[in-house]
Design a protein around this ligand. Sequence first.
Ligand code: GLU
Length: 309
Amino acid sequence: MNSIEQALTEALAIGRQYVDQGECASYIPELSRADKHALGVCVMTASTDRYAAGDTKTRFSIQSISKVITLAVALQHCGFEKVFEKMNMEPSGDPFNSLVKLDLTDDKPFNPMINAGAITTAGYLEPDVSFEDLLAYSRRVCLDEGIEIDERVYESEKNHCARNRAIAYLLQSKGILTGDVEKSLDLYIRMCSLGVTAESLAGLGLVLANGGLHPQTGNRLMDADVVRVVKTIMLTCGMYDESGEFAVRVGVPSKSGVGGGILSVVEKRMGIGIYGPALDKKGNSIGGRHMLEYLSQALGLHMFGTGEA
Ligand code: GLU
């Protein structure tokens, strides 16, 4: 066993100790059907070696991790200035689906990693970029041709999206969402319903770690300046209102979703994908978060080093 394999085996054992303390998301009914004890971690290294432990081939919905892909496409399509003309790049410190600051503190969404921001981003793309275009692009950047929309999750979320619909219409009232509100919301929900695996997330993580280049062909999948923006926002805003503590403890740009996924990017070295649908109170995979904390120490992944002199 090499050191990565061994670290993944140990991480999995540590993560499993925490899953009973978490719960699957239930506000989208279909998500509550997940096996709360499922847990897996996959690493893809810069030399494209793949290491896996646990449930790394189970498909689950990408949920908020799609915000990374949508942001990247919006930056490519509209450019930095346009994307951030109507949206900030600050952590909100509030839950991902909160409307409070949007209404009371600032008329712009705080960042593209919360729902208000991602619905805004979807609004930038709709009607120029279709869901089919985004699906094809998601397959390319995740190195996974098997990605499809999970129709059950899509229907379930579509039928339980009162809060996101409220956010979308609030955005319209503030002149942020200027196109078709329902179509923008639908694009957002479709993207959240993509079925991925921990392996697909590791693939996406590797593309981001590799500055936007396909790790095997060397083809450019994302502009380098877009990748830089995306990773920075993942670091500051990617783990809900736990982003600060996660950055201190793990020190790896990451994005989680309420389907139980976590996408992590270790600069120039590897992509990490996690699946663990039991969530902590903030909405992050509880087993996944502890696995990443362990891996950061065991493999020296923290972007600011080991902390030793
Ligand atoms: N589709 C979910 C929602 O809009 C995404 C939430 C998440 O993963 O953070 O509520």
